[in-house]
Design a protein around this ligand. Structure first.
Ligand code: F1P
Length: 341
């Protein structure tokens, strides 16, 4: 995270320097909508990015799997800013979506880790994520850094539009705190290892979150599947009652992501619904949750930045679940570093 922040923040004016963005203030003011495209973890960081852009820059934004977008003859709108997200910069579905957009005359930016990769070359500009060349098959560091890159981009767009200096300062202070807070979460590894041993034999795992917690729940579910091969599902918390509650039983524990934001009470009601069906609950929250069987407590930051920090203990949970089950985490089955077909 230090690397993605380095040299990019101007504290005096609470602004951000994103050298390769290629989007001047006039163009940034003309953006009416943002559409983010990526696959797998990259799509999930896109969901976080879309929320950050809506919250900090007040531009309507959403994310879609690039692998769907490319096949549906999308309407391409000149006032929409398209953003392609990719760790490797080579994922074929994402590249194909970018090429389709370029053919239709769209402006496309990249949020990419690998410098000079195909997606970095094809896009009009963008933000490098600087997660380092040593990233593994399964996105972890890159996931976190991409989310931080989106926070920088959202802050940048927000300050050009109508984000106040005070809010800019608040977000910048939050970003600066992240490296130490991440270190603090990592210091809790032994506790997470013990929890992983406890939950590793689950028949299936449910992951839920509401708004800021939802992309985190999706990513945690994917991470668990990718490295441990434990079946997992992720739902927006309010969707539980529209069907998936039927799956809740003691052998199907739920991981609930509950930031201390204005939705906490609603999220607690979800825990009650799960408990009423004898479901076990592992909460990730800013304070101990009485309804949960276990809580992993993460440090507080600015609410907009919660998804960045809350994902990290769940990456560790997936990692230790995989180890507890004897999986080879460096060579997860059926997975390549970049999916180029
Ligand atoms: C996209 C992705 C990764 C996933 C795996 C397969 O890669 O879906 O999120 O962990 O490596 O590919 P990328 O476009 O971010 O390189």
């Amino acid at each position: 995270v230090d690397r993605v922040l380095r040299g990019r923040i101007d504290d005096r004016f609470s602004t951000v320097h994103l050298g390769g963005l290629n989007l001047d203030a006039r163009a940034a003011r003309g953006v009416r909508r943002v559409k983010i495209l990526g696959c797998g973890s990259a799509y999930h960081t896109g969901l976080i990015g879309a929320q950050l852009i809506e919250e900090l820059a007040r531009i309507p934004a959403d994310a879609e799997p690039a692998s769907e977008f490319r096949y549906r003859n999308p309407v391409v709108d000149p006032d929409t800013l398209y953003i392609a997200v990719s760790q490797s910069g080579e994922t074929y579905d994402t590249l194909a979506a970018v090429q389709e957009l370029k053919r239709k005359g769209a402006r496309v930016l990249g949020v990419v880790n690998v410098v000079g990769s195909a997606i970095a070359r094809e896009t009009d500009g963008g933000v490098y994520v600087h997660a380092g060349p040593e990233v593994c098959v399964v996105s972890t560091k890159c996931f976190t850094n991409t989310a931080v890159a989106f926070a920088l981009l959202a802050l940048h767009l927000g300050r050009i539009r109508d984000l106040s200096v005070a809010d800019g300062k608040r977000i910048i202070a939050g970003l600066r705190k992240l490296p130490e807070q991440i270190a603090e979460v990592l210091r809790g590894e032994e506790e997470i290892k013990a929890l992983a041993a406890e939950y590793a034999n689950a028949k299936s795992m449910m992951f839920v979150g509401r708004v800021r917690g939802y992309p985190v729940a999706r990513e945690a579910s994917l991470k668990l599947k990718e490295v441990s091969y434990v079946h997992a599902e992720a739902y927006p918390a309010s969707e539980l009652k529209h069907g998936p509650l039927a799956l809740i039983e003691p052998e199907v524990p739920t991981v609930a992501v509950l930031p201390d934001d204005d939705l906490l009470e609603k999220n607690r009601a979800t825990l009650e619904e799960i408990k009423a069906r004898s479901g076990r609950i592992l909460a990730v929250a800013h304070r101990k949750q009485e309804k949960a069987d276990h809580t992993i407590v993460v440090p507080r930051n600015e609410v907009e930045l919660d998804p960045i920090l809350m994902g990290i203990p769940l990456q560790l949970l997936a990692y230790h679940t995989a180890l507890a089950l004897g999986r080879d985490i460096d060579k997860p089955r059926n997975l390549a570093k970049s999916v180029t077909v």
